[in-house]
Design a protein around this ligand. Structure first.
Ligand code: DAH
Length: 343
C-alpha cells in the first residue's frame, strides 16, 4: 500500500514539474484528487482493511492529499505569476519610439485665395454677402440687363433646371438681390461658386469660383473703380504689380473693361503662363449700367456705381504659378500639401 502511495506522489510531483499552464495543473488535480482520482480510489479501499488498521491508513492518505494539494496550489500560483510577468512585459510601452505624426490638412489654394481676396476688400470697407447657387433666370440674366434672346446669353453656357431656374453662371445676380434689399451706400463683395456647361481642360472647368464686387453711392466714378482694383492687385501680388484696363463689353456695365495684372511669373516680360503677353486677365469690371440700377429700384440720376467680377482660379493660378487648372480640382494630396508651407 505504501508503495502505491509513493508511486502516486512521485508520479504527480514529476508531472507537476513539467506542467506548463494552469489547465495542465488542474487536469493533474482531477486525475489524482478528483472524485474518480487515483488517491480517492485508494481511500475507497479502506473498507477492506481491518478496523484497527484503518485510522493509521486514513491519516497517511490524508497527509499525502494535503501535501499534494499544497504542491498543486504552489505550482498553480507560480504559473499565474509567470503569466502575469509575461503579460506586463508584452504590454510594456517603449516611450522612446518616435511617434506617428498626424497628417494635417492645409487650406486649399482656392480657399486661401478667396480668403485673401475677402480679407483685402473687408479691409477696404466692403461687407460680404452671399447668394444662392441655384438661381432664377430673373436675377442671373434679366436684372443684369440680359433679357431673353439677348445674344450675350450665349457666351455663358447655362445649365438649366427648367426654363426659369438655373445654376448661376456668375456671382453678378447677388448684385441685383442686394440692390433690391439695401439702400445706397452699398459696398459689398459676393464670393461663391458658379457653373457653366464647359468641358474640363487646362483653363476651363464646369464649376469655378468668382468674387463679385459692387459699390453704389452718390458720385462714384471710374477713378474709384481703378483705385480699388489697384489696391486689390497690390494686396494680392505685392508692390510693383501693374494693372491694365482694356475696353470691353458687359450688358450690366457701361462702360466696361477687362482688367489684366502684370504676369507674376515673368514680371511682365512674357512667358508661357501669360502666353508671351506679360499680362493676365483676372476680372471684368465697369460702371453699373444705369438701366440695371433702375430695374433694381435705384435712381440712376442720383446714384452711380461700379462693379467687378474676379475669377478666383485665375488669381490663384497666377499667384502660385500653377500650370494647369485641373490640378486645383483633382485634390491630389501631393499637390495640395505644397500650399501648407509658410502659412
Ligand atoms: N459676370 C461676369 C462674368 O462672369 C464678370 C463681371 C464683369 C462681373 C463685369 C461684373 C462686371 O460685376 O462689372 O464673366
Amino acid at each position: 500500500m505504501q508503495n502505491r502511495l509513493d508511486e502516486i506522489r512521485d508520479g504527480l510531483l514529476q508531472k507537476l514539474q513539467e506542467a506548463k499552464d494552469g489547465q495542465q495543473v488542474e487536469q493533474l488535480r482531477v486525475a489524482v484528487l478528483g472524485r474518480k482520482g487515483e488517491l480517492t480510489a485508494i481511500m475507497r479501499t479502506m473498507g477492506s482493511l481491518k478496523p484497527e488498521e484503518r485510522p493509521a491508513f486514513g491519516q497517511k492518505v490524508n497527509q499525502l492529499r494535503q501535501r499534494l494539494e499544497e504542491a498543486l496550489d504552489n505550482k498553480a500560483q507560480e504559473i499565474r505569476e509567470r503569466e502575469k510577468e509575461q503579460r506586463l512585459k508584452d504590454e510594456t510601452l517603449d516611450v522612446s519610439i518616435p511617434g506617428l505624426r498626424p497628417e494635417l490638412g492645409v487650406e486649399h489654394p482656392i480657399t486661401a485665395t478667396m480668403n485673401k481676396i475677402v480679407k483685402t476688400f473687408v479691409g477696404l470697407g466692403f461687407s460680404v454677402v452671399e447668394g444662392p447657387e441655384i438661381e432664377l433666370d430673373h436675377f442671373n440674366f434679366e436684372l443684369m440687363n440680359l433679357p431673353k434672346n439677348h445674344p450675350a446669353r450665349d457666351a455663358q453656357d447655362t445649365l438649366y433646371f427648367s426654363e426659369n431656374i438655373l445654376l448661376r453662371t456668375h456671382t453678378s445676380p447677388v448684385q441685383a438681390r442686394t440692390m433690391l434689399s439695401q439702400r445706397p451706400p452699398i459696398r459689398i463683395i459676393c464670393p461663391g461658386r458658379v457653373y457653366r456647361a464647359d468641358e474640363v481642360d487646362a483653363t476651363h472647368s464646369p464649376v469655378f469660383s468668382q468674387c463679385e464686387g459692387l459699390v453704389v453711392d452718390e458720385g462714384v466714378t471710374m477713378a474709384d473703380l481703378k483705385g480699388t482694383l489697384a489696391s486689390f492687385a497690390t494686396a494680392m501680388y505685392g508692390e510693383g504689380v501693374k494693372v491694365r484696363f482694356r475696353p470691353s463689353f458687359f450688358p450690366f456695365t457701361e462702360p466696361s473693361a477687362e482688367v489684366d495684372v502684370s504676369c507674376a511669373a515673368c514680371k511682365g516680360k512674357g512667358c508661357p503662363t501669360c502666353k508671351g503677353t506679360g499680362w493676365i486677365e483676372v476680372l471684368g469690371a465697369g460702371m453699373v449700367n444705369p438701366h440695371v440700377l433702375e430695374m433694381c429700384g435705384i435712381d440712376p440720376n442720383r446714384y452711380t456705381g461700379f462693379a467687378f467680377g474676379i475669377g478666383i482660379e485665375r488669381v490663384a493660378i497666377l499667384k502660385y504659378n500653377i500650370p494647369d487648372m485641373r490640378l486645383l480640382y483633382e485634390n491630389d494630396a501631393r499637390f495640395l500639401q505644397q500650399f501648407g508651407k509658410g502659412r
